[in-house]
Write a protein that binds this ligand. Structure first.
Ligand code: FMN
Length: 371
């Protein structure tokens, strides 16, 4: 049996052993943006699980671009040093390629962590003033963010560039720009959150302008051999909002700018969204974008079973799949998938004795001797 999910794939000069990505997942466990021991334990466990690509959580490009005070950052020398310690330890024991999701929270910044309720932290309670394309709050009950002026646009674009340069210094293998889930770049795209009257608002062309400028500016400094993808929300799930046809147009423009993948998520822009999640409910977005824009796509969202993931890739609906909650629940999901699909993965030699009867062949190059 040859599994499509376990076929290697190359993104520029980055070679992945299979088509499974750990989806980026905020851990809210940083201090002033600095990665902590938690990140080493969390990413360490996931890096041993045999995935093709491990994407580090949304990482803010400036301090006010953090969703919560606990979000990771890559905007200061201290942030870079904390990342270096983390990556040095990870690299010593795992060769799993690492991507980082670079992000700016926009109007969803200055939030409490989910386990503290997730609501906006008011300025007088230690929060900060979020910025956005327009002074429109996420929810009508909240104070509006500050509308970005020309200086903000330049500063934020440059912040993405500087974070990408730091990622390059750190030897990170790939970047995913976060243009989904109602964060800054998504709010430029959606007509519901972008009401600007300058060159960055109004027509689709204008709404795409800032995200495309950020993409191109990052691409310019990011090493040619390394891939740069984008996560989008392919639909706001709100009448009159951002939708699949606009996503396809955006994907075509990104492709022309050199984009290596579209990671097709959805939603997160505003509370009025009407979503009915179900198994693989976002796969049709990855499929439609792949077909219409001719760009590699990653399907994500309630992909939980190995055969389900296999079918998505085998049918050409997406080039890769990403799993988030399923990987937290079962960090060795890929091993089970390899057993079920008759495939092989690389595993750390310390774990070579793990496979149960019937799954003995899942570890490539494994050999166990004893006296
Ligand atoms: C704990 C947690 C943190 C998340 N953080 C991020 C993030 O940093 N960036 C992002 O794009 N999506 C984030 N997501 C969304 C996931 O990447 C994924 O798209 C979503 O959970 C659907 O996939 P799943 O059904 O496999 O969990 C997060 C999800 C979870 C559960």
């Amino acid at each position: 049996m040859t599994s499509a999910l376990f076929q290697p794939i190359s993104l520029r000069e980055l070679h992945l052993q299979n088509r499974i990505m750990v989806s980026p997942m905020c851990q809210y466990s940083a201090t002033d943006g600095d990665a902590s021991d938690w990140h080493l334990i969390h990413l360490g466990q996931l890096a041993l699980g045999g995935v093709g690509l491990l994407c580090i959580e949304a990482t803010a490009v400036e301090a006010i671009g953090r969703i919560t005070p606990g979000c990771l950052g890559l905007y200061s020398d201290d942030n870079e040093s904390a990342f270096r310690r983390l990556l040095t330890a990870l690299r010593r024991h795992a060769d799993t390629p690492l991507a980082i999701q670079l992000a700016h929270a926009g109007r969803k910044a200055s939030s409490h962590t989910p386990w503290d309720g997730g609501k906006l932290i008011a300025a007088q309670a230690g929060g900060w003033e979020p910025i956005a394309p327009s002074a429109l709050p996420f929810s009508p009950s909240e104070p509006p963010p500050r509308e970005m002026n020309a200086t903000d646009l330049v500063r934020v674009r440059e912040a993405f560039v500087h974070a990408a340069q730091r990622a390059a210094h750190l030897g990170i293998d790939a970047i995913e720009l976060h243009a989904a889930h109602g964060y800054l770049l998504h709010t430029f795209l959606s007509p519901l959150s972008n009401r600007r009257s300058d060159a960055y608002g109004g027509s689709l062309e204008n709404r795409m302008r800032f995200p495309l400028e950020v993409y191109s500016a990052v691409r310019e400094v990011w090493p040619e051999a390394k891939p740069l993808g984008v996560r989008i929300s392919a639909s706001d799930w709100i009448e009159g909002g951002w939708d699949l046809p606009q996503s396809i147009e955006f994907a075509q423009r990104l492709k022309a700018a050199g984009c290596d993948w579209i990671d097709a998520s959805s939603g997160g822009l505003a509370p009025e969204q009407k979503i009915t999640p179900g198994p693989g409910f976002q796969v049709p977005f990855a499929e439609a974008i792949r077909k219409a824009a001719g760009i590699p796509t990653i399907a994500v969202g309630l992909i939980t079973a190995p055969q389900q993931a296999e079918d998505i890739v085998a049918a050409g609906r997406a080039d890769m799949v990403a799993l988030a909650r399923g990987m937290l629940y079962e960090p060795h999901w890929v091993w089970r998938a390899a057993a079920e699909l008759g495939a092989q993965v690389r595993a750390p030699k310390q774990y070579w004795r793990a496979p149960p009867r019937g799954a003995e062949a899942i570890f490539r190059d494994a050999k166990v001797g004893q006296r």
